[in-house]
Design a protein around this ligand. Structure first.
Ligand SMILES: [Ca+2]
Length: 153
């Protein structure tokens, strides 16, 4: 077939009349393209990659959402320390805390308990597609606890 084609040398390769470089030999009359089996194999491979990759990606996204809870709980602790410095005690009155935000991302925040020496702030949010709620708490010492981990449940 290549013998019948117009030969135009280009960078050491030969170009046919149709402008396609000859990379290999193809039998006369054979059609270029993919067979059904090749397409099915490609579809199965794409399906396998999606089946493996999607759960991994979902967990990665959920873990990144947990950063919202950690960062905001740290800010709440700093606001509580400022409040205690000014008033001698921690507070559950969130309006008294500087920079208070009741929701950040998928989390809602609250202060369950506070007195002169301790407080417990918590964050709750559903960070993935199941019904489990992710729960974080932070105390006056900055101890961060993931009471219910939505990523692994
Ligand atoms: Ca969930």
């Amino acid at each position: 077939m290549i013998d019948k084609c117009l030969r135009v040398p280009y960078n050491g390769k030969e170009m046919t009349r149709s402008g396609i470089f000859h990379m290999g030999r193809r039998e006369e009359g054979a059609q270029a393209g993919f067979s059904l089996i090749e397409l099915l194999i490609a579809l199965v491979l794409v399906g396998l990659l999606a089946a493996i990759g999607l759960p991994v990606y979902s967990k990665y996204v959920a873990r990144s959402r947990q950063a919202d809870a950690k960062a905001q709980l740290t800010q709440i602790r700093q606001a509580e320390e400022i409040f205690k410095f000014q008033n001698g005690t921690y507070t559950t009155t969130t309006a008294s805390l500087s920079g208070w935000r009741a929701t950040v991302g998928r989390y809602t925040f609250s202060i369950a308990a506070a007195d002169a020496t301790t407080f417990t702030a918590s964050a709750q949010g559903n960070i993935d597609s199941d019904a489990t709620i992710d729960v974080w708490t932070m105390d006056q010492d900055g101890t961060l606890t993931n009471t219910v981990n939505d990523v692994d449940n």
